[in-house]
Design a protein around this ligand. Structure first.
Ligand SMILES: [Zn+2]
Length: 189
């Protein structure tokens, strides 16, 4: 699928929402990707993740780890395609995520991280820290959608995405949408 075909899917499945949203980072934006509108449809999710999997495959990971919640389904789907194991990291404190539920990584493991959409990369960084606290080898990070204009740096790790979707975000103290009086939406609640 090319960029236009993917954008048509995002519109058709109402993944792209326009309005006034607060991101996990606290910044405000006029456009949000509600990726679980996509994962509601396993067939289309599989198509998109399969395309991303072609980029990840040469790294030969044997474990895929996603941050909860967005990365849980995608880690499973990518692992299913690549024949690897799937795990997820979840909130441990406000600043950290951890592998819980008996998930263990050891020195033989070659790990790729997957996230749905990366805007500031905060969740991914927490998963990186969780993986780095083990003996496993961290190979890189994948996301369906890169919203950072290629600006994010995950400790120099390869960062692969299906597609870049550049979306403006604003400091909440200097947000034109706030000034326009538009109601602020928490898009995931
Ligand atoms: Zn605002």
């Amino acid at each position: 699928m090319n960029r236009q075909e993917i954008m048509e899917i995002l519109a058709e499945y109402s993944v792209i929402r326009d309005g006034h949203f607060v991101l996990t980072s606290g910044r405000h934006t006029d456009r949000f990707l509600l990726c679980n509108q996509l994962t509601m449809y396993p067939d289309i999710t599989k198509k998109l993740v399969s395309q991303l999997a072609q980029k990840v495959k040469p790294f030969q990971p044997n474990v895929i780890v996603g941050p909860a919640m967005g990365g849980v389904i995608l880690a499973y789907e990518l692992a299913s395609i690549l024949g690897s194991r799937a795990m997820f990291a979840e909130k441990q404190s406000d600043e950290t995520m951890a592998l819980k539920r008996g998930f263990v990584l050891d020195e033989d493991d070659r790990v790729f991280i997957i996230e749905d959409a990366v805007s500031t990369g905060g969740s991914v960084r927490k998963v990186i820290d969780a993986v780095k606290s083990t003996q496993a080898q961290l190979l890189g990070v994948a996301a369906l959608f890169d919203r950072t204009s290629g600006q994010v740096d995950f400790d120099g790790l390869p960062f692969l995405s299906l597609m870049e979707i550049n979306i403006t975000s604003y400091d909440p103290d200097d947000c034109p949408l706030c000034r326009a009086g538009l109601p602020l939406i928490k898009p995931k609640s």
